[in-house]
Design a protein around this ligand. Structure first.
Ligand code: CTP
Ligand code: CA
Length: 223
């Protein structure tokens, strides 16, 4: 893989990436999360470093080692991921933002400071949800925004939902995949949506797809 990029197509570029799930506490020992191993995002982070980029990875909880050469920032909740992304953007101008993370759309608004005990609850506890900030939409709306790439894991109607989501988020490139084709797996298949329509990257291991995707991003970057 080290020799995959000749020449280094992202030399001198700064790339910021989110990966993994977020975890939203219910109480100190419980929470809700999304399905995501982090493998696709980490593969892109490593491939971007190999392509010559300076890479900052904001990662939710995963079992993965930090990719070689990549600066990793650990977060747990969507709000923390949002804050870490904005802080990174304030610290250094980024050329590319790739939002791979499976961000929880809602957090528990009535999370308990102490562990909920069955004895306190004759009835089952009721969770109240509040909406989390949309990190990708926030970054895409900033003046001088980096080139923004979104991911969408759908369970059906990928071509229709992917095209609509790219427009709704106001981003130049959205990468779609089908949830049960990717979760926890070492390989995947992707569909790229841009203003011209969609193209498929056929099934391959995630590191190969990451390299192909970065090639697609590099040739779309504004000069
Ligand atoms: N995303 C984000 N912040 C959020 C939610 C999503 O940055 N709070 C990003 C994801 O990392 C991904 C893209 O937005 O790159 C699309 O996420 P997805 O969950 O598919 O889109 P949503 O707009 O949340 O729509 P849905 O109702 O289908 O979940
Ligand atoms: Ca969502």
């Amino acid at each position: 893989i080290i020799a995959a990029f000749q020449p280094k197509i992202l030399a001198g570029k700064h790339l910021l990436i989110t990966a993994g799930p977020t975890f939203e506490p219910i109480d100190p020992v419980r929470g809700i999360t999304n399905l995501s191993s982090g493998k696709m995002g980490y593969a892109i982070a490593l491939a971007a470093w190999e392509a010559g980029a300076q890479v900052t990875l904001v990662s939710g909880p995963t079992a993965l080692e930090a990719p070689h050469g990549v600066r990793r920032i650990h977060v747990q909740t969507a709000q923390q991921m949002h804050d870490a992304v904005l802080k990174s953007l304030a610290q250094h101008k980024q050329d590319i933002f790739v939002a791979v993370a499976a961000v929880a759309d809602w957090r528990v608004a009535n999370a308990s400071e102490h562990k909920l005990k069955k004895t306190q609850h004759d009835d089952t506890p009721q969770l109240v949800f509040a909406q989390n900030p949309d990190i990708l939409a926030t970054v895409a709306a900033m003046t001088g925004a980096p080139y923004c790439v979104g991911f969408a894991a759908e369970s059906e109607n990928l071509l229709e939902y992917g095209a609509a989501k790219r427009i709704k988020k106001n981003i130049p490139l959205l990468v779609g995949n089908i949830g049960h084709h990717t979760f926890g797996k070492d390989d995947n298949e992707l569909v790229l949506f841009d203003e011209h329509g969609h193209t498929a990257l056929p099934r391959a291991d995630k590191q190969t797809l990451a390299i192909q995707l970065l090639g697609e991003i590099a040739r779309r970057l504004p000069h």
